[in-house]
Write a protein that binds this ligand. Structure first.
Ligand code: ATP
Ligand code: MN
Length: 465
């Protein structure tokens, strides 16, 4: 008999004739009952809901019934009927049950309900079996799919940029080195430096912190591209919003200025939130009811309202007048901290905010320089509860200005010669941004720690699973 997914029963009960036999497979969430009858809540991961299995104990081997404990995996064949009990519309009256794998109740870590998120992080190999992580992983999938759909429907091409890069000048954070050299016995040059000629690529290489520079090469040929891949930052910052390995979406568009870029960013994230609201109602409802009672309101609020657009300089003015005492003092020129970003979004405007025109000294070399000589055409999108979710800019398209900036910052021209050539041959205005996939998921799921929206988080001192 073909297996029926539990999601089918909940989403399309009309497709199953009541009283007919179906086959379901999954993991036991709970078993209750008495000597004569057992009620088994079975979940197969296709949906947050469990199907209730009703088993008359006398029909089955005593040992089999005993083996049905939380975490065990089952194959059940039975008749789908309307439920007598409260809390569910349907249940399955079991005719046959096979236990694929038992789960010793003495040792199975998910025996009880209500584990803390911290504890679940220590059992990352099993936490996908909890309701929370089921919801989060289904939403993660849905968002990945919606991202590709959005760009495909809007004429963007998916570009694969390299994960191993030869340039350490991507300007977005500390990098992990990639090497096959024997660290116990590093080959040296006569001057006593590491001899990278003997390394795999014949030069120092790193894991990428961003696909942008290569993405720009694509945009300057195909018009509009996006990347969607893992990025790596060796920042030793143990915060609830930084990972050492995270996924980033980076659209890059030729002939776009910063305003087009802001329009794209706003339309894109609203599309993604709407997609989740329309396609993952059960998951969002569960997270809303059990984890964050304001989640659905917040999602609806963001899609309904225009984002505020102001300059960094205006934002500093607001922060200086704020009554709140900040841990990090505010003055023109400082990089904004999460506390500042959240003040603007949550207290002052009570809406997502796009800040533009940051001081050039706190932004990357490739951003378009404004005529004031002090600021660049950067744009950061700030969200409630998270702070920065997107960072982007119009790019400097002038060869001379770009080269001048590279020299000022003492970035190695030689490693970036290919990037500079795009400004030498057929340069055009263009812009793009990076959306942190896990920051988006923090917003979509209501989770408060970024370690809880990726299956296997990589953070300082932590790469167990
Ligand atoms: P932050 O100031 O929050 O560290 P950033 O300025 O370093 O961010 P960008 O270099 O602009 O970030 O990267 C683009 C986006 O990637 C950010 O807006 C954010 O959503 C995401 N991002 C950056 N660093 C991390 C990280 N370590 N972990 C997860 N997401 C990140
Ligand atoms: Mn950073």
């Amino acid at each position: 008999m073909k297996r029926t997914k539990i999601s089918e029963i909940f989403k399309h009960p009309e497709r199953i004739e009541l009283g007919s036999q179906i086959s379901v497979k999954g993991w036991v969430r709970t078993k209750r009952g008495n000597n004569t009858i057992s009620f088994i809540a079975l979940n197969d991961g296709s949906i947050v809901h469990n199907i209730q299995i009703v088993a008359e104990n006398q029909k089955f081997d005593e040992k089999l019934i005993k083996n049905i404990t939380t975490g065990a995996s089952l194959h059940v064949i039975g008749r789908l009927v309307e439920s007598q009990g409260k809390g569910q519309a349907f249940e399955i009256q079991a005719d046959s049950i096979e236990v694929y794998g038992t789960a010793n109740p003495e040792t199975y870590p998910l025996q009880k309900k209500g584990h803390s998120m911290e504890f679940l992080r220590e059992i990352a190999h099993l936490r996908p079996r909890t309701n929370y992580f089921g919801c989060i992983l289904r939403l993660r999938h849905a968002m990945a799919y919606a991202i590709h759909k959005y760009f495909n429907d809007n004429g963007f091409y998916y570009m694969h940029t390299p994960l191993i890069t030869g340039s350490d000048a991507e300007g977005a954070g500390a990098m992990f080195a990639v090497t096959t050299l024997d660290l116990q016995n590093v080959p040296k040059t006569p001057e006593g430096k590491v001899n990278y000629e003997e390394d795999f690529f014949g030069k120092p290489t790193f894991l990428t912190v961003s696909g942008q520079l290569e993405g720009e090469l694509g945009a300057l040929a195909l018009g509009a591209i996006y990347t969607f891949g893992p990025t790596f930052r060796a920042e030793n910052s143990n915060t609830p919003r930084h990972l050492a390995e995270f996924w980033m979406i980076e659209p890059e568009v030729a002939f776009y200025d910063i305003h087009d870029n802001m329009d794209l960013a706003e339309d894109f994230v609203k599309y993604l939130i709407n997609y989740a609201l329309e396609n993952n109602e059960d998951d969002l409802r569960f997270l809303n009811d059990t984890f964050d009672k304001e989640l659905l309101d917040r999602l609806h609020f963001v899609v309904k309202n225009d984002f505020v657009r102001i300059t960094y300089t205006e934002a500093i003015g607001i922060l200086l007048k704020a009554e709140k005492k900040f841990e990090f003092p505010v003055k023109w020129g400082v990089d904004l901290q999460a506390e500042h970003e959240r003040y603007l979004v949550e207290i002052h405007f009570k809406k997502p905010v796009i800040l533009t025109d940051y001081p050039k000294d706190i932004k990357a070399f490739y951003m378009k320089q404004n005529e004031d000589g002090k600021t660049v055409r950067a744009m950061d999108v700030l969200f409630p509860k998270i702070g920065e979710i997107i960072g982007g800019s119009q790019r400097e398209e002038s060869y001379d200005l770009l080269l001048q900036r590279i020299k000022e910052l003492e970035i190695s021209e030689e490693t970036l010669w290919w990037y500079l050539e795009t400004r030498k041959y057929g340069t055009v205005p263009h812009a793009g941004f990076g959306l942190g996939f896990e920051r988006l998921l923090l917003f979509i799921t209501g989770m408060t720690n970024i370690r809880d929206v990726i299956p296997f988080p990589r953070t300082p001192q932590n790469a167990e699973f």
